[in-house]
Design a protein around this ligand. Structure first.
Ligand SMILES: [Zn+2]
Length: 170
């Protein structure tokens, strides 16, 4: 892997990505992956209130045509470590097939909802044929990192440019 590379990832697939990030990313050819769930509406999104609707199918298609990679964030944003074996497989493999049918291309990347994963969930992600999977473990990706347990650096909405640069460069 070349040094000093960055991939920007967005979890959950809310439409603010389409409205605000897509124009910037595509204008500057910045690689990015958006992790979408397949079976959720914004109205039944788990947890805190979300001000934006989820990305529509046509927005997802348009984003792939603009060079954004779409990955799976499961079907229902379930805690995969608490799922039965059947439900786990349905969340991991089922979402891959739904997105592949919807977008007409291979879905290669997965992101664990809530960042929860264990040996069993990683094995399911591997068996389904994903090449990478993102966690919420904090860190940069080095040569010795398991591609199905990728760490990330979170960029919060209140982070200023100085802290952003320090986090990315150091
Ligand atoms: Zn999520």
């Amino acid at each position: 892997m070349p040094r000093r590379n960055v991939v920007i990832t967005f979890d959950d697939g809310f439409s603010d990505i389409y409205d605000h990030a897509l124009p910037v990313l595509s204008a500057r050819h910045i690689p990015a992956v958006v992790f979408a769930t397949t079976d959720r509406q914004s109205s039944d999104w788990p947890g805190r209130h979300r001000p934006y609707p989820l990305l529509t199918r046509s927005q997802l298609r348009e984003m792939t045509e603009s060079g954004i990679d779409i990955g799976s964030h499961s079907r229902t944003h379930a805690r995969l470590t608490e799922c039965s074996s059947d439900d786990l497989w349905n969340e991991v493999d089922g979402s891959k097939k739904i997105l592949e049918d919807m977008l007409g291309r291979e879905i290669r990347h997965f992101c664990y909802p809530y960042g929860t994963f264990d040996e069993r969930t990683v094995a399911a992600v591997r068996k389904a044929g994903y090449q990478t999977a993102c966690t919420t473990v904090r860190g940069a990706v080095g040569a010795d990192i398991d591609p199905l347990r990728l760490p990330r650096l979170t960029v919060g909405k209140r982070m200023g440019l100085f802290h952003f640069l320090r986090r990315v460069i150091l």
